[in-house]
Design a protein around this ligand. Structure first.
Ligand SMILES: Nc1ncnc2c1ncn2[C@@H]1O[C@H](COP(=O)(O)OP(=O)(O)OP(=O)(O)O)[C@@H](O)[C@H]1O
Ligand SMILES: [Mg+2]
Length: 244
C-alpha cells in the first residue's frame, strides 16, 4: 500500500537554524494492517503522520503510495489523492459546532463528484453514522453529544469516503480509558471492514499495544518494538524509551 524509504524531515526554526526531526525512516504498510507509533512529546510522531498523509513532504528519501512516487505528483494531484485515500482522526474532534452530526459527516462528500446527489450524500453519511453506532443521533448537534460520541462522529466523517488509510493522531487523547478503548475497537472494526490500513499515534502504550506492529520514535528514528517490550514498559511504568 505505502512505503517510506530513508525518509528525513528537517524544519527551519524562526532564527533560521535547521532542526532535524526525522531521519532514516523506513516503513512499509499494507492494506488491512494496524500499526501504532509511540514516542515522547516532540519526537516527531505528528510530523511523520503528516508526511504519510501527504500534508507535508520529506526532505530526503522516497515515499511510494500505491505505486506512485509522492514527491513527483503535482500539488493538485497530491491534494486530490489525499482527499480520496486518507481519513484523518485527531485528538480534537474538530466538528462544525453549528452543524448536525449528519451534516458534519456529509461535509467531505460535498466536493466529490460521485456524490453530488443530495440524497445519495445523506444516505452515505447516515449509513456511516449507523456503522459507528449513532444511527439514532443523526440530527444531534455536537454540543448535545458526549466526547466519545463526538469522536465517533469525527470517525464517521473521516471514513465516509472509504479511505485506504486511516491516520489517527492521539484519537483517544481526550477520552477516558474505557471510551478510548471503544474508539480503538471501532477504528479496528471499520478498518477491517474496508480493508484499510490503520495507523494510530499514541503516547499511551496500552493503546499502542493493540496494533499488530508497534514502532517507537527515538531521536528521530523509527524502531520496531515487540509486544513483550511494550508489556515490560507498561508493568515497570517506564513510559519513556523502551530499553534496547
Ligand atoms: N513547522 C515547524 N517549524 C518548527 N518546528 C516544528 C515544525 N513542525 C514541528 N516542529 C517541531 O518538531 C518537533 C516534532 O513535532 P511533532 O509535532 O511531530 O511531535 P509529536 O511527537 O507529535 O509531539 P506530541 O506528542 O507533543 O504531539 C517538535 O519539537 C516541534 O516543535
Ligand atoms: Mg503530535
Amino acid at each position: 500500500m505505502f512505503e517510506l524509504t530513508g525518509v528525513a524531515r528537517t524544519v527551519t526554526l524562526q532564527n533560521g537554524k535547521p532542526l532535524p526531526i526525522l531521519r532514516g525512516i523506513d516503513l512499509r504498510v499494507e492494506g488491512g494492517e494496524h500499526i501504532s507509533i509511540v514516542g515522547q512529546s516532540g519526537t516527531g510522531k505528528s510530523t511523520l503522520l503528516n508526511i504519510i498523509g501527504m500534508l507535508d513532504l520529506p526532505d530526503e528519501g522516497t515515499y511510494i503510495f500505491e505505486g506512485k512516487d509522492v514527491a513527483r505528483l503535482s500539488e493538485s494531484k497530491r491534494a486530490a489523492l489525499r482527499g480520496t485515500s486518507f481519513g484523518f482522526v485527531f485528538q480534537q474532534f474538530n466538528l462544525f459546532n453549528a452543524r448536525t452530526a449528519l451534516q458534519n459527516v456529509e461535509a467531505p462528500l460535498l466536493y466529490s463528484s460521485s456524490s453530488k446527489d443530495l440524497f445519495r450524500r445523506s444516505r452515505l453519511a447516515a449509513d456511516m453514522l449507523d456503522l459507528v453506532g449513532l444511527g439514532d443521533r443523526l440530527y444531534a448537534m455536537p454540543s448535545q453529544l458526549s466526547g466519545g460520541e463526538q469522536q465517533r462522529v469525527a470517525i464517521a466523517r473521516a471514513l465516509v469516503r472509504r479511505p485506504h488509510v486511516i491516520l489517527a493522531d492521539e484519537p483517544t487523547g481526550a477520552l477516558d480509558v474505557e471510551t478510548g478503548n471503544r474508539v480503538i475497537d471501532l477504528l479496528e472494526e471499520v478498518a477491517h471492514e474496508m480493508n484499510s490500513a490503520l495507523v494510530v499515534i499514541s503516547h499511551d502504550m496500552q493503546v499502542a499495544a493493540r496494533a499488530q506492529r508497534i514502532y517507537q520514535i527515538v531521536h528521530g528514528q523509527l524502531h520496531e518494538r515487540t509486544h513483550e517490550q511494550i508489556d515490560v514498559a507498561l508493568t515497570t511504568r517506564q513510559f519513556g524509551e523502551v530499553e534496547e
